[in-house]
Write a protein that binds this ligand. Structure first.
Ligand SMILES: NC(=O)CC[C@H](N)C(=O)O
Length: 229
């Protein structure tokens, strides 16, 4: 069972449950104060505006006691995916490197972006070839990935950048960088490749009924089945 952890202000938790259901995975929303059910074999930190994005997006949710359980699950090899606000929470909780800060535009941005798959050898990207270009929606005000230069070199060396913003041809350019993220980074891996966070929303590009968003998010969510085998 995939636990979709809900904090005060989460607003993508139902969408994630529905998308996982479409992928054929049993998922359940779990209120963060209730802790993780014993049958948890995957975790999603969903998008939204936990605690109103006060202080910094994700900063308060990252300090919920449930995050200790999440950390323990990661150590046990349980796959964990953070999406948008969930990515911000993941970085704030130091499950993944770097930080998400205010977009270069200083505005909330809701648009479709192209992403280049930088590492296809992970559960989340197993269905893609390295260098593949996919399209997912973004919707955030604080999605600008920042990290110290030395840490970025380490991340690159360890192949822990999962996705970069690119144009339709796969070129990683400044023009294709929607929010000013360092090195166009849109998603990163934790110390294990079973932990990943990304700002774009795979659950919004999974259901065929939302045709304009495509279905490129489907294989990403399927990562839970890959890492569970
Ligand atoms: N869709 C979301 O999860 C929003 C993310 C976050 N609250 C932001 O605006 O940056």
């Amino acid at each position: 069972m995939i636990a979709v952890v809900q904090f005060g202000g989460s607003n993508c938790d139902r969408d994630v449950v529905r998308a996982l259901d479409h992928v054929g995975l049993e998922a359940q929303r779990v209120w963060h104060e209730d802790g993780l059910p014993t049958e948890t074999d995957g975790i999603v930190l969903p998008g939204g505006f936990s605690y109103g994005d006060y202080l910094r997006a994700g900063a308060m949710a990252a300090r919920s006691p449930v995050m200790e359980d999440v950390r323990q699950c990661i150590e046990d090899g349980t796959p964990v995916l953070g999406v948008c606000n969930g990515a911000q929470i993941g970085c704030e909780a130091r499950l993944t490197p770097g930080a998400f800060t205010t977009n270069r535009s200083a505005r909330f941005q809701c648009e479709h972006v192209h992403l280049r798959v930088e590492n296809a050898n992970t559960p989340w990207t197993h269905a893609y070839e390295e260098g593949a270009v996919i399209s997912l929606p973004i919707a955030h005000g604080e999605g600008r990935f920042e990290i110290a230069e030395e840490r970025l070199s380490e991340l690159n060396a360890d192949d822990r950048v999962l996705f970069r913003y690119c144009d339709a041809t796969g070129a990683v350019t400044e023009a294709a960088n929607p929010n000013g993220s360092t090195d166009n980074v849109a998603g990163v891996l934790g110390e294990r490749d079973t932990t990943a966070v990304l700002m774009p929303h795979p659950e919004r590009a999974t259901l065929p009924a939302i045709a304009e968003n495509g279905t490129d998010g489907h294989p990403i969510l399927e990562g839970f089945t890959v890492s569970n085998t």
